[in-house]
Structures are given as structure tokens and as C-alpha cells.
Design a binder for this molecule. Structure first.
Ligand SMILES: [Zn+2]
Length: 134
């Protein structure tokens, strides 16, 4: 059993979808069935001050990404497994759309992790509490 904690609903949903592929890939890579199941949970508490959309996800999904953002996503999602590649691409597009939405709605990027949050400090609350903040 492998336990994966997702920090957003987009990744949670995508990882659920990717679960059979992940188990198969682990077995292929390790040569035997070491990982037989993947448990995926979501933990939003890591980002206590992250700005969340109020009007549901429809407005976030309608956000157009720039050519530069799409190029980054294509590069990051490039992988030999087309199924996995498509899942990564979808999750990254959603993350980028949510990031843009947050920046347009009062969020400022954390100087350390880059996640948009509301506040007067340079780093987000999650980075402040993990002891590695500057
Ligand atoms: Zn941060």
C-alpha cells in the first residue's frame, strides 16, 4: 500500500484516475508486485491561506493559459506513457488555471514556494511554519 497525499482537489482527482496506471508502472519498474494498491487522500490544510474560488470551478476552468505556461506544461508532462502524460498535463493545466485565478483575486505569490496567498508577509503561512522560511 502506497499512501499519497494530494495538496489540491485537482491532483487528488487526477491521481485517483491514474491509480491503476501507477500500480502497473511500479510493478513494471520493480519487476514484481510490490505496490498493490495506492491510497490517495487530499490535505488542503497545508495551504491554510490559499485563496479559493467561490463560484465553483467553472470560472477557473475557463481561464486561458499563456503560450509560455502551456509550453512549460507540455515539457513537464512529456513522458513515454501517453496515458500518464495526459493525466499529468490535465492536472498541471488545472493547477495553472487555479494559480491564475488566485492571482487575479487578491492573491500574491509566496516568495518561497510561489503559491498565491492572501497576507502581508513575503512567504505563505505554510512556508512560515515549516521551519525553513528565511
Ligand atoms: Zn510558500
Amino acid at each position: 500500500m502506497l499512501h499519497v497525499v494530494a495538496y489540491s482537489d485537482a491532483w487528488h482527482q487526477e491521481l485517483q484516475f491514474m491509480r491503476p496506471t501507477l500500480v502497473r508502472r511500479f510493478t513494471e519498474r520493480l519487476g514484481r508486485s510490490v505496490v498493490t494498491n495506492v491510497r490517495i487522500t487530499v490535505d488542503r490544510s497545508e495551504r491554510p491561506d490559499a485563496v479559493e474560488p467561490e463560484g465553483g470551478t467553472a470560472t477557473v476552468r475557463s481561464i486561458q493559459l499563456s503560450a509560455e505556461e502551456l509550453a512549460h506544461i507540455e515539457a513537464a508532462a512529456a513522458c513515454a506513457d501517453p496515458e500518464l502524460s495526459q493525466s499529468i498535463r490535465r492536472a498541471l493545466v488545472r493547477e495553472a488555471q487555479l494559480r491564475n485565478w488566485r492571482l487575479r483575486h487578491g492573491g500574491r505569490p509566496c516568495s518561497r514556494c510561489g503559491v498565491p496567498f492572501r497576507g502581508d508577509t513575503a512567504v505563505c503561512p505554510a512556508c512560515q511554519t515549516d521551519g525553513r522560511a528565511v
